[in-house]
Write a protein that binds this ligand. Structure first.
Ligand code: SF4
Length: 167
């Protein structure tokens, strides 16, 4: 997997201070995509999990990690994304994990495959849905267009309904 970028700390990609990994590659090709170069699976540099984990562990201000892109949950990226999340949880069990995805939660659950289900079980908050230029709203917090949702994934799964996070 290639990564399009990494922020050691950010407060604009989820609640609290967070490290942010932007993976490369996205199949959605949304009109008006804010990160078009990251649609290319060969864009950026090789993802080095150990180096990124070390950088995260060196930073005591962090409360969690955000996965963004690109598309973290496409079939090409999801194996390494899941492995990365599990490694973070080993060294920082209290971290919360946010993930941006162009897929909706329903689309991901409909896959009903082992790796997607395990990944969802390890994500706290999913910002879901493709970017819609016609619904773009720059005043929205942590998302780009009105259709996108900020979902409490454990509650959505256990309560079998859509539960959004208040931000
Ligand atoms: S899902 Fe995100 S990265 Fe992918 S094309 Fe849409 S806006 Fe761009």
């Amino acid at each position: 997997m290639k990564m399009a970028g990494f922020y050691d700390e950010s407060i604009s990609n989820g609640l609290g201070w967070r490290a942010v990994l932007f993976v490369s590659g996205c199949p959605h090709n949304c009109p008006g995509c804010h990160n078009k170069e990251a649609q290319n699976f060969n864009y950026g540099q090789e993802f080095n999990k150990e180096e990124i984990i070390n950088r995260i562990c060196e930073n005591s201000i962090l409360k969690g990690v955000t996965l963004s892109g690109g598309e973290p949950l496409c079939k090409e990226n999801i194996p390494e994304v899941l492995d990365f999340i599990k490694s973070i949880k080993e060294v920082r069990p209290n971290f919360n994990i946010w993930c941006y995805s162009g897929y909706t939660l329903e689309e991901l659950m409909d896959r009903n495959d082992e790796i997607t289900n395990e990944t969802l079980a390890n994500i706290d908050v999913l910002v879901d849905g493709r970017f819609r230029e016609d619904l773009k709203n720059p005043t929205l917090k942590f998302k780009g267009s009105e259709n996108q949702r900020i979902l409490d994934v454990p509650k959505c799964i256990h309560e079998h309904k859509i539960v959004q996070v208040a931000v």
